[in-house]
Design a protein around this ligand. Structure first.
Ligand code: AMP
Length: 403
C-alpha cells in the first residue's frame, strides 16, 4: 500500500442495491456517498453526492443489469470528481458481509479461502451473503491489486457465551445444520456501545450497555465491558424485536399451524414473517413517522402497533438488565432510535425502579451528536447515540491493512 493511500471505499451490497461511501481515514471525512437501487430492473437509479468537491447530488435513471454494471457506474461517478477507483490514494475496499458464522470473529482480508467460507455460509444467510459475494467479486475484478476486507455483521456477537448462543434443541441436529444464535447489526452494536462508553467518559471495559438498534430492522444487545453477551436476532434477522416488516419473536408452532391450517408453503410463511409482519403487518405502515402521525389523528390500529412494538422493547430492556446485572447505559440508535422521541419515552416509561428515566426536554432536542436524555438523578444513563456503520467498517478495514 502506498504511504499516501488514506482512502477507503465501503461497499454494502444488497440483493438489488449497492450503498457506498468513500472516506478519507486521516479524519474520517466522507468524500462521496451514494446508492444504486433496483439493480436488474428497467428503472435502476444511481444517486451520487460528491461531498469532497461540495458538488450537488446527481441522480441517473436507466437500466443497470447487474452488480458489475452497478459498480462500474459508481466508479465512473467517482472518477468524474477525481476520486476514481484507480487512484493511488485508495488504500482498500471494505465490504459489509452479513454472515460470518463462527469462523470470522474479526475483519478479514479476503482471499479465495475466505470467499469460499462466505459461500459456505449461504444456507444460513440465503438473502444476504450471495449479494455480498457478488459485490466482492466485482470489486476484485475492478481493482485486483487492492486489499479487499470483509467486515462481518455477526463478528461482534461471537463473544456471546454458549448458553446465550445455543437454542434449547437437540444438539446433534443444531450442530449438523449450524443452528444457533449468531446475531446481526454487529458493526452498529460495536460502534454504539463504544461511543456510549466515550459519552460517559469511561473505557468500554468499564461499562455495561444495552444497545437498542431500532431501524427498519431492529435488534437489541447486552454488552458487558465492551463484549457482547446476548443479542436479540438469532440464526437469521427474524428473531427478537418487532421490526418494520418482521414479526420478531413468535411461537415457532405458528409456522406449522400456517402450513397445516392455512395451507401455506415455506416461502409464503417466510414472506409473511419477514416482509408482511411487524409494524406493516399490524397497521399497514412501517415508517414510524407515519405511525405517529396516525396516532395523533386517533388511529387505533396504529396505536396498537406502537404499543406492541414498545411492549417488546421493554421486555428486552428487562431481560438484558437481568443478564447484565448492572446496567450503566441504555443507548438508542438507528432511524427510529435516533429520531423518534415518543419511542424512547414510551420504552423507558415506568422503569424508574430500574434506575431508568427520560427527561422530556432533553429527549425532544434534535441533534446528530451522541447525547444523554436521562435526568441527572437517574442511576442508568439513557442516551441517543447515532450509529455509523460505514465509518466503523472503514476504520476496521484501514486498521487491518495498516497492521
Ligand atoms: P434505518 O433502517 O436505520 O435507516 O431506519 C429507517 C426507519 O427509521 C424508517 O423506516 C422510519 O421508521 C424511521 N425514521 C426515520 N426518520 C424518522 C423520524 N424523523 N421519526 C421517526 N422515525 C423515523
Amino acid at each position: 500500500m502506498s504511504a499516501t493511500a488514506t482512502r477507503v471505499l465501503v461497499l454494502n451490497s444488497g440483493s438489488s442495491s449497492v450503498k457506498y461511501q468513500l472516506l478519507d481515514m486521516t479524519d474520517g471525512a466522507r468524500l462521496a456517498v451514494g446508492l444504486v437501487e433496483r439493480i436488474g430492473e428497467e428503472t435502476s437509479r444511481l444517486a451520487h453526492t460528491p461531498l469532497a468537491t461540495g458538488g450537488e447530488r446527481r441522480e441517473t435513471e436507466g437500466p443497470i443489469a447487474d452488480h458489475t454494471a452497478a459498480l462500474k457506474a459508481v466508479a465512473k461517478e467517482l472518477a468524474a470528481d477525481g476520486l476514481g477507483l484507480d487512484s493511488p490514494e485508495l488504500a482498500a475496499i471494505g465490504h459489509r458481509v452479513v454472515h460470518g458464522g463462527l469462523k470470522f470473529t474479526e475483519p478479514t482480508v479476503i482471499d479465495d479461502a475466505v470467499l469460499k467460507e462466505i459461500e459456505r455460509l449461504i444456507p444460513v444467510a440465503p438473502l444476504h451473503n450471495p449479494a455480498n459475494i457478488t459485490g466482492i467479486r466485482t470489486a476484485q475484478a475492478l481493482r485486483p491489486d487492492l486489499p479487499q476486507v470483509a467486515v462481518f455483521d455477526t463478528a461482534f456477537h461471537t463473544t456471546m457465551p454458549e448458553y446465550a448462543a445455543r437454542y434449547a434443541i437437540d444438539v446433534a441436529t443444531a450442530d449438523a445444520h449450524r443452528i444457533r444464535r449468531y446475531g446481526f447489526h454487529g458493526t452498529s452494536h460495536a460502534y454504539v456501545s463504544r461511543k456510549t462508553a466515550e459519552l460517559l467518559g469511561k473505557a468500554p471495559e468499564e461499562v455495561n450497555v444495552i444497545v437498542l438498534h431500532l431501524g427498519n430492522g431492529a435488534s437489541a444487545s447486552a454488552v458487558r465491558g465492551g463484549r457482547c453477551v446476548d443479542t436479540s436476532m438469532g440464526l437469521t434477522p427474524l428473531e427478537g424485536l418487532v421490526m418494520g416488516t418482521r414479526s420478531g419473536d413468535i411461537d415457532p408452532a405458528v409456522t406449522f399451524h400456517l402450513k397445516r391450517v392455512a395451507g401455506m408453503d415455506e416461502d409464503e410463511v417466510d414472506t409473511l414473517l419477514n416482509k408482511k409482519s411487524g409494524l406493516i403487518g399490524l397497521c399497514g405502515d412501517n415508517d414510524m413517522r407515519e405511525i405517529r402521525r396516525r396516532i395523533d389523528e386517533g388511529d387505533e390500529r396504529a396505536q396498537l402497533a406502537f404499543d406492541i412494538y414498545i411492549h417488546r422493547l421493554k421486555k428486552y430492556i428487562g431481560a438484558y438488565s437481568a443478564v447484565l446485572g448492572r446496567v450503566d447505559a441504555v443507548a438508542f440508535t438507528a432511524g427510529v432510535g435516533e429520531n423518534a422521541a415518543p419511542v424512547r419515552e414510551a420504552a423507558i416509561a415506568g422503569l424508574e425502579e430500574m434506575g431508568m428515566a427520560v427527561d422530556a426536554s432533553l429527549n425532544a432536542l434534535r441533534s446528530g451528536e451522541p447525547r444523554l436524555i436521562s435526568p441527572d438523578y437517574a442511576r442508568v444513563a439513557v442516551a441517543v447515540v447515532p450509529t455509523d456503520e460505514e465509518l466503523e467498517i472503514a476504520q476496521q478495514t484501514y486498521a487491518l491493512v495498516n497492521a
